[in-house]
Design a protein around this ligand. Structure first.
Ligand code: NDP
Length: 433
């Protein structure tokens, strides 16, 4: 806190992880202290911050700030998304890069942790403006990334369109056709299932967690927040598995559709028309749209926060528990505050933390990297099967780690420990760097 006083989200993420690691650290105290393992773990390998000038449709030059935080490459090349949102700052990118290190480790695949982005807001911009921004962003970013060095991907505000524009500019500058970004279109090196992967993976893990505790997702009422990439495919898979999704939201308001969200309509509104959620009523007049927060006030069995960090507070957690919610799984990164997480754990709500629950996206990105390396494309069913197996393994690993450290059912502790052990071992094996 003394070193980075304004980085509150980063402090929050570090606090949660370090508290979980207490039993492991106590068992290895002398060694970790001598090697300053934790001090090295919380410090990114490098942080890059740069200006992104671009020209808007009125001929006015705009200047945004770009970030890439390469956190830890002990187990593989840096890997993590690029967030485009006006709230982006160093603390947010550092928290995401820190979390990403453990998440990537949990997938069992050889990928290190990183994150990047910009305070650019793609909302309301023309295609030409987004292209101008992406070109300028990549004109600086390309110096620091590469298929074996650092492989960025999408995140909030960075979807297929932005990845395409960024990839085009990288190729133009470098002249090489390599898997430097994931989330690419299917005609130029993208992987089937990558678009769906985070949402689908979230449901595979949620169902696994429910089954291990005597329940199943089938027949459950599910509340989802957000209406972006993660939320859409979480809703789709939940409905495929026999659940009823009753809410989605955006930063202005939320939809309550007790008969079940119409996912095809949602996809068309968000992915094709790029419209706001109010449009949903044109497709489903019987649904309700309410302004502001409130998505967690509906009665549900399972809550899936899929929008952004710190969107589910202690008061929301209390209402969810009162309404009979039995499970929460984080589609977004750190959507639940520390107090709300603790409240769920204290009240025996099954709780899957984001670094495990939303790891399906980056896992499938790693599968995209493998396909790019062998210059092949695997069929949808094959990638989906691998994704499911990865999510099942993540659940198994985090639940076994929790059990081993006398905290059965505490998947927060289990995920943090399981993710940490592999990174720590690799760091110590590679000497001091
Ligand atoms: P999108 O940009 O596709 O969608 C984000 C959604 O969250 C939108 O509905 C958006 O509403 C809402 N939202 C964003 N910021 C805020 C805010 N400050 N307050 C309220 N609502 C907000 O992003 P993704 O779906 O890709 O990402 C969602 C979350 O999942 C993020 O935490 C991301 O880091 C995480 N994640 C994503 C992965 C992926 O593969 N895409 C992988 C792993 C994690 P609005 O349109 O009004 O801004």
């Amino acid at each position: 806190i003394r070193k980075n006083p304004s980085e509150s989200e980063f402090h929050q993420a570090v606090k949660e992880v370090l508290e979980s690691l207490r039993p492991v650290v106590e068992a290895n105290e002398e060694k970790y202290r001598r090697e300053a393992l934790l001090e090295r773990l919380v410090e990114p390998d490098r942080q890059i911050k740069f200006k992104i000038p671009w020209v808007d449709d009125k001929g006015q030059v705009q200047v945004n700030i770009g970030y890439r935080v390469q956190f830890n490459n002990a187990i593989g090349p840096y890997k993590g998304g690029l967030r485009l949102h006006p709230s982006v700052n160093t603390g947010i990118i550092k928290f995401l890069g820190f979390e990403q290190t453990f998440k990537n480790s949990l997938t069992g695949l050889p990928i290190g942790g990183a994150k990047g982005g910009s305070d650019f807001d793609p909302k309301g911009k023309s295609d030409r403006e987004v292209l101008a921004f992406c070109k300028s962003f990549m004109t600086e970013l390309y110096k620091y990334i590469g298929a074996d060095t650092d492989v960025p991907a999408g995140d909030i505000g960075t979807g297929a369109r932005e990845i395409g524009y960024l990839y085009g500019q990288y190729k133009k500058i470098k002249g090489t056709y390599e898997g430097v970004l994931t989330g690419k279109g299917l005609t130029y090196g993208g992987s089937l299932v990558r678009t769906e992967a985070t949402g689908y993976g979230l449901l595979y893990l949620t169902d696994e967690m429910l089954k291990a505790n005597g329940h199943s997702i089938k027949g459950k009422r599910v509340a989802i927040s957000g209406s972006g990439n993660v939320a859409i495919y979480a809703a789709m898979k939940a409905e495929q598995l026999g659940a009823t999704v009753v809410t989605v939201s955006d930063s202005n308001g939320w939809i309550y559709d007790p008969e079940g969200i119409d996912v095809a309509a949602l996809k068309e509104i968000k992915e094709v028309k790029r419209e706001r959620l109010t449009e949903y009523l044109k497709y489903r007049p019987q649904a309700e749209y309410k302004e502001g927060r409130g998505v967690w006030s509906v009665k549900c069995d399972v809550a899936l926060p899929c929008a952004t960090q710190n969107e589910l507070h202690l008061e929301d957690a209390k209402v969810l528990v009162e309404n009979g919610c039995i499970a929460v799984a984080e589609g977004a990164n750190m959507p639940t505050t520390l107090e709300a997480t603790q409240f769920f754990l204290n009240n025996k709500v099954l709780f899957a933390p984001g670094k495990a629950a939303n790891a399906g996206g980056v896992a499938t990105s790693a599968l995209e990297m493998s396909q790019n390396s062998e210059r092949l494309s695997w069929p949808f069913e094959e990638v989906d099967k691998k994704l499911k197996q990865i999510m099942v393994n993540i659940f198994k690993n985090m639940s076994e780690a929790a059990k081993e450290y006398n905290a059965e059912g505490n998947y927060v502790l289990g995920a943090n420990i399981a993710g940490f052990l592999k990174v720590a071992d690799a760091m110590m094996a590679q000497g001091i760097w």
